[in-house]
Design a protein around this ligand. Structure first.
Ligand SMILES: [Zn+2]
Length: 468
């Protein structure tokens, strides 16, 4: 009897304080997002009803049922997401963000006419560092409002774009343009190389900004320019951003001039590799797709732009089947889309594939949501850092409202995100653990000021083109 009593006594003194202790040793984190439907986009495509995400030092430390997260963690900031879908921040893989200020100057035109009569003259007369900053602020506000947390850009004065992006707390893969004519910022290739090297050095190791060289395309850059830009990227372990097979003329000219497709030409001159991000990839045949897959090139599909300029239809289902990482982009925004809403591209990517193949099975809801999240991350070669809600990844998270008529009822979250939800349903946006929009209120950008400045620019741009 004594032994049993003693045993119970020992059990009580050891277990009781232990239990009490367990309740008081929750780990402290910075942020807990709890209560919503968490669509993780992890390998098993786990969806957690009443799920939670714990965030510390800008990274996800745990994802699971809310009860589990609450048992293990305590946070100074808690966001209740009941009635919302919680998904990884969306990735816009191709933009020219300051072109927001050219939105609507000329549309419904042939590409050549649009470029030579409007865009090139408008850029030559108007693009300055201030122009780029104002256009970027406006574009960032638009992107955050529609759920983008990472974007990949190609323009001029890209260092100014990087500074604005950093201030707004957004994540950017930002490419300084190389082109074989005097650009608004750099007039010679030597100046482009010098500017870009300084740009790459300045942002090394930054948690949000990934600086990159962006040789515009094979039809605007010589072999030397392409190779110099690639060599510079590789010296600094930066990605290489390029327009790849974006129009039929580019493909036809490449066959004529080099006896091979743009993809084969870039491979032959040593540019293709696991650091290249190719925008568009429309005219890529089976051999090109094999090369792109083998070289681990990321591709970015831009359905709105391809339809608006009538460039053609990228063979997205085939590229995916070939093992290529295909992300999504808006392109533009001027003349080739006119907005930066990546939610629209998710919807259109599926529908463009379906109509062009006359098959509703061509690309499904889960596939296009993947393209805007984890596959978009793979296309930018950043899948270890972003693209899904998993322990260790950067805490880029968006909350989509389900309390709107267009999102009720919900049977399947992928179908809802792809075909029913709108950019305007994005309520709250978190980038690297920091809230940049809360309940539709932007916290890092003075949106009113950006709108006023953009309207002022309209007057001088219109005047410069003799439109007023
Ligand atoms: Zn483009």
């Amino acid at each position: 009897m004594m032994t049993i009593r003693y045993f119970i006594f020992v059990l009580l003194i050891s277990v009781v304080p232990f239990r009490a202790m367990a309740q008081t040793t929750k780990s402290a984190v910075d942020l807990i997002i709890k209560g919503g439907t968490v669509v993780t986009m992890d390998n098993s495509r786990r969806v957690i009803d009443n799920g939670g995400v714990a965030v510390k030092n800008g990274r996800v430390v745990a994802v699971g049922p809310t009860a589990e997260i609450e048992r293990a963690y305590t946070a100074r900031e808690v966001i209740d997401t009941k009635g919302k879908v919680v998904i990884p921040g969306l990735i816009n893989g191709h933009t020219h963000v300051p072109m927001t200020l050219f939105r609507g100057i000329a549309d419904d035109l042939d590409l050549q006419e649009w470029l030579t009569k409007y865009i090139f003259p408008a850029e030559a007369k108007n693009v300055s560092e201030d122009f780029v900053r104002v256009g970027t602020r406006l574009g960032l506000a638009e992107m955050i409002r529609s759920g983008t947390t990472t974007y990949c850009d190609m323009y001029y004065f890209e260092d100014a774009i990087a500074e604005e992006t950093r201030k707004a707390g957004m994540r950017g893969v930002l490419g300084e343009t190389f082109i074989d004519f005097p650009a608004p910022d750099n007039k010679t290739e030597a100046a482009m190389l010098d500017y870009t090297e300084r740009f790459l050095k300045k942002w090394q190791g930054d948690p949000l900004i990934h600086a990159a060289p962006a040789p515009h395309s094979i039809y605007t850059c010589s072999q030397k320019t392409l190779q110099d830009a690639a060599a510079l990227a590789r010296k600094y372990h930066a990605p290489i951003l390029i327009h790849l097979s974006e129009m039929k003329k580019e493909n036809d000219d490449s066959l004529k001039d080099h006896g091979m497709s743009p993809t084969q030409y870039l491979d032959k001159i040593g540019v293709l590799g696991p650091d290249v991000v190719g925008a568009h990839c429309i005219f890529v045949d089976a051999a090109d797709q094999k090369t792109l897959a083998e070289k681990h090139v990321g591709c970015v599909h831009n359905p709105s732009s391809n339809m608006m300029i009538a460039s053609g239809v990228s063979p997205v289902p085939d590229m995916r089947a070939a093992g290529i990482a295909v992300g999504l982009g808006t392109d533009g925004p001027a003349g080739s889309n006119n907005d930066l809403d990546i939610m629209e591209e998710i919807d259109l990517a599926a529908k463009l594939a379906k109509i062009s193949r006359l098959s509703p099975l061509a690309l499904n809801a889960m596939a296009v949501v993947q393209m805007a999240t984890i596959d978009g991350a793979r296309a930018l070669h950043m899948e270890k850092e972003i693209g899904s809600l998993e322990k260790g990844k950067k805490a880029d998270v968006i909350l989509l409202s389900l309390d709107v008529p267009n999102a009720v009822p919900m049977y399947d979250p992928y179908v809802q995100i792809a075909y029913a939800s709108k950019g305007s349903d994005v309520k709250t946006v978190v980038v690297g653990g920091k809230v940049v929009m809360r309940d539709r209120k932007l916290l890092t950008i003075d949106e009113k000021a950006a709108i006023v400045k953009a309207r002022e620019y309209k007057k001088s741009i219109a005047a410069s083109l003799g439109m007023e």
